[in-house]
Design a protein around this ligand. Sequence first.
Ligand code: UGA
Length: 484
Amino acid sequence: MPGVRTRRANGGGAQPIVVLGMGHVGLPTALGLAELGWTVFGADDAADKIERLKAGEATFYEPAMQELLTKHLASGRFHPTKDVDAAIASSKVVFVCVGTPQRDDGAADLSQIEAVARTIARNLDGYKLVVEKSTVPASTAERIKRTIERYARMRSSLTGKNGRAHRNGRHQTKQPVPRFDVASNPEFLQEGKAIHDFFHPDRVVIGVESEVARELLEEIYQPLKCPIVVTDLATAELIKHSANAFLSTKISFINMISDLCEAVGADVESVARGLGLDPRIGPQFLKAGIGFGGYCFPKDLRALIHLGEEHGVPCGILRSVEEVNLRRVDVFLEKLRHALWVMRGKTIAVLGLAFKPLTDDIREAPALRVIEELIKEGASVRLYDPEAMPSAQQVFPESTGQVEYCRSAYEASRGAHALVLVTEWEEFRNLNWKKVREAMEVPVVVDGRNLLDPVEMDEAGFEYSSMGRGTRQAASALERAGKP
Ligand code: UGA
């Protein structure tokens, strides 16, 4: 990667690193470490995933990832493996990147983390640094430590000097548990920019309890030339959850303001600009629209609320953030209902299925709720997304009769009574909208991401609405009426 000087030549004497979990965090991290010069095992017990990686096929869409995968399979620095035990046994640093899904009560489900701790204990044959990268509630690293200790101790008391187990035997010899450290090193990778973010982090946070752990992690991250924030374990864990909660709060805040803009005829984009130029506020994550989705913000917000409740700390702010977000799809659909009056029997073109552009990830994507509602209300949907259609087909199969997948935005708009824009893919901005209008039965467009220009859409003959852009709509109406 440009600007990054690698420190470890392959085979330069350092022990390999193992990354456990080849998902949206693990795979970019493993490839990033390989690019920095480390020999990396990418371990996952999902055999199909490993087979595809070994065959050189990226298992999900992420810009620049395919190239890095091809490069480091060839360089011999990236080794996908389903032999998790062997990979841990031969590595000194173990990055834990397994999933932390959500339980029914909103708390993080840490069963995969616990299973990993037991596997590490089973393979603890010398010093290891266990680095928690998955997003977890504060105190998880402490629990990982206790779990490894407990299982490693049990194992050592069952294992004789020759390494064989003597469960009931008189020859039982207690072996000391090898030293290990647990560190917290939260990831701040954004899907769609994960590879870029790995090499250009704003900061690296490391929660450590020993100098050895600190030195090992600093050695890994120093080539990235960014501030390294060193803390204790719980603080590092909380930094990650707070970062996601704060960014979600910004989005819900601007979405609330967006509704107010509509109520009073103001323009949310100008409000966001006016706000964001204050360096204390900043311009990012102030894009109003259909709300946030994905595998991180919604679930991390709930996990943090749950953590607060567990500790008796009221988290009302975060509850409001979630409530505002849940209402976004309703606000959006209300615009469509307003335009169409009756939904039953209508054909709606849906542009964008992924929870944001540059990914094929549809987890908690606003598009899912939009499509569910449209189907429930008796409409048919014609769907198009540049990357996420295979994932969406698992959730909404065509066999239901109300769903059709299309090869382009133009095909999706054919015969549609309305078009809804749910993900702001760049290709949608650059569509030939005249051609889209000619294909549609009725030229209604509801833009959930404020991607398109209201004036241009009016000029192109659309009945266009978007989120919180009151005065711009009014301005274009005035222009149409020939007023100043
Ligand atoms: C988020 C964080 O941005 C990363 O720093 C973090 O590492 C990651 O979660 C994680 O915890 O793993 P990600 O979920 O990939 O990254 O996506 P974002 O770019 O943060 O967007 C999240 C959602 O917010 C998307 O649905 C996006 O459309 C929405 N969003 C974002 C807005 O509605 N408005 C905005 O101004 C920005």
